[in-house]
Design a protein around this ligand. Structure first.
Ligand SMILES: Nc1ncnc2c1ncn2[C@@H]1O[C@H](COP(=O)(O)OP(=O)(O)OP(=O)(O)O)[C@@H](O)[C@H]1O
Ligand SMILES: [Mg+2]
Length: 240
């Protein structure tokens, strides 16, 4: 934990910036994932190797069932690989205990999902404030700046039902970045939106990249073109 925070501090120092832009922030090494279904084991990732640089915007594409969500969940520390390792800033997160991972994940990764996953009874402001509440952070100043960053400061007292789909996704993005994570993971962030709104959301993600590494899963090759690089998954293997 502390070694990681130290490395992040160094990475925030502008003197190290150019060095950091060239450095790999995420290294996925020989990752396999097997699921047990009754007596059967099914391997859905077959030894994935992938490196993503700090500030890079990467799209992951591939057919349904090719393992995109599984890989995102492993990079995002929501799930563990069966074999292989994940290094974030040269720190092997697969060696961390579940308890260590909770705090580490909260400060390192933001998540955006297809269905927004906002809490309906809370306002936009309260939804964005949740990660701060969970981490015991008393300073709420980041909430307004996160909402400003997604262009929704004027809607902060509205509840999800009073917002359009695109606006709800922008609230979800503000919530994902409020802890200033180094990594933003978006699994089909435009899947529930029309084409115009979808491209606005991707432009927003693109504007956040640089400041943070953005990895997005999409089925839309036009939207994938916004990213720096497209990684193709085919039957649990990378076919770049
Ligand atoms: N918890 C689980 N238990 C068993 N099998 C699983 C589990 N989660 C996913 N799988 C299987 O792993 C494979 C990859 O699933 P995954 O959700 O990663 O695919 P995906 O590429 O995200 O697909 P989609 O484009 O439909 O979202 C699928 O065959 C799926 O059925
Ligand atoms: Mg998926």
């Amino acid at each position: 934990m502390s070694d990681y925070l130290e490395t992040l501090e160094t990475s925030n120092n502008p003197e190290n910036l150019s060095e950091n832009l060239l450095a790999n922030l995420i290294q996925v090494k020989d990752v396999t994932k097997k699921y047990r279904l009754g007596n059967n084991e099914v391997e859905v990732l077959h030894g994935i190797n992938l490196e993503v640089k700090a500030g890079e915007f990467v799209s992951i594409m591939g057919q349904s069932g090719s393992g995109k969500t599984t890989l995102m969940n492993i990079i995002g520390m929501l799930d563990r690989p069966t074999e292989g390792s994940i290094l974030i800033k040269d720190i092997d997160i697969t060696k961390k205990s579940q308890k260590e991972l909770v705090d580490f994940r909260r400060r390192t990764v933001g998540f955006v999902f297809q269905q927004f996953h906002l809490i309906p009874s809370l306002t936009a402001y309260e939804n964005v404030a949740l990660p701060l509440v969970f981490s015991g952070d008393k300073d709420n100043s980041a909430v307004e700046s996160a909402l400003e960053r997604v262009g929704l400061a004027h809607r902060m007292h509205h509840k999800p039902v009073e917002l359009s789909g695109g606006e709800q996704q922008r609230v979800a993005i503000a919530r994902a970045v409020v802890m200033k994570p180094k990594i933003l993971l978006a699994d089909e962030p435009t899947g529930a939106l029309d084409a115009t709104t979808g491209s606005m959301i991707i432009s927003l993600l693109k504007s956040l990249a640089g400041d943070m590494t953005v990895i997005m899963v999409t089925h839309n090759s036009e939207l994938a073109e916004y990213s720096d690089r497209i990684v193709y998954l085919k039957d649990g293997n990378v076919a770049e």
